[in-house]
Design a protein around this ligand. Sequence first.
Ligand SMILES: Nc1nc2c(ncn2[C@@H]2O[C@H](COP(=O)(O)OP(=O)(O)OP(=O)(O)O)[C@@H](O)[C@H]2O)c(=O)[nH]1
Ligand SMILES: [Mg+2]
Length: 241
Amino acid sequence: MSNTKAPKSSKNVRGTITCDNTTIHLLQANDFVAESIRNQMSEKKVLMINITSSAGSGKTTLMQETVKRLNDEINIGILVGDLETERDADRIKEVGGKALQIVTGGICHLEAQMVWQALKSFDISGLDVLFVENVGNLVCPASFDLGEDYRVTLIATTEGDDKPQKYPKMFLTSELMLVSKADLLPYLPFSVEAVTNDARAINPNIEVIEISSVNGTGIEAWCDWLKAKIKEKKSSDSVAV
Ligand SMILES: Nc1nc2c(ncn2[C@@H]2O[C@H](COP(=O)(O)OP(=O)(O)OP(=O)(O)O)[C@@H](O)[C@H]2O)c(=O)[nH]1
Ligand SMILES: [Mg+2]
């Protein structure tokens, strides 16, 4: 098991059935596969980041910006989940990124098994970071551990600053909240302070960075965060189970 991060399967945020004083965890099969992915990443010292948000918050655009800025410096791989089409993977490849699309065929989130199967066709050797862009959905992806080290959630300024407490599980299980489309702040009734307070009321430790893929706000801070986590991962001990 990797010693860099505890799995996100804390009892209070996962599906359970309690029967005759026995609690049954409903996502044990997913978590078993997620742990196997976590071990694989740990052995190869690849940082894995699960990128989540509502549909259209700017995940793929951020992936493109990250590839454009850091592709010469770090080795990036990106798995992209969508219900249909290979458009997002194509967009990432267009800017020189290494990407593979996972088409869920209508399923509204990624499960660990989908990532595990995708990894059979996606060589992670030599990668510094593997991003998994999840299906655009603030609800279902929150419940499924994919074996990631970190979960990063985007909340766009166009979505309203009241979302964290309405969709708490996602913010509870994320280490970083990126307030995206910050270039639109002058035109919208959106308060970064309000959304930060809303998120920290659920998860006091969540980090917050404002970003814009249009005017570049916060992209350097995001890249610095990423590089620091990669460094941490490289220097961590991988502990075989
Ligand atoms: N103004 C502004 N628009 C942005 C920004 N980032 C992305 N967009 C636009 O927002 C729309 C959606 O961006 P995507 O990157 O496709 O969003 P996504 O989260 O990957 O979408 P799904 O994969 O469908 O969930 C596109 O029209 C982008 O050009 C930003 O920082 N500012
Ligand atoms: Mg996308």
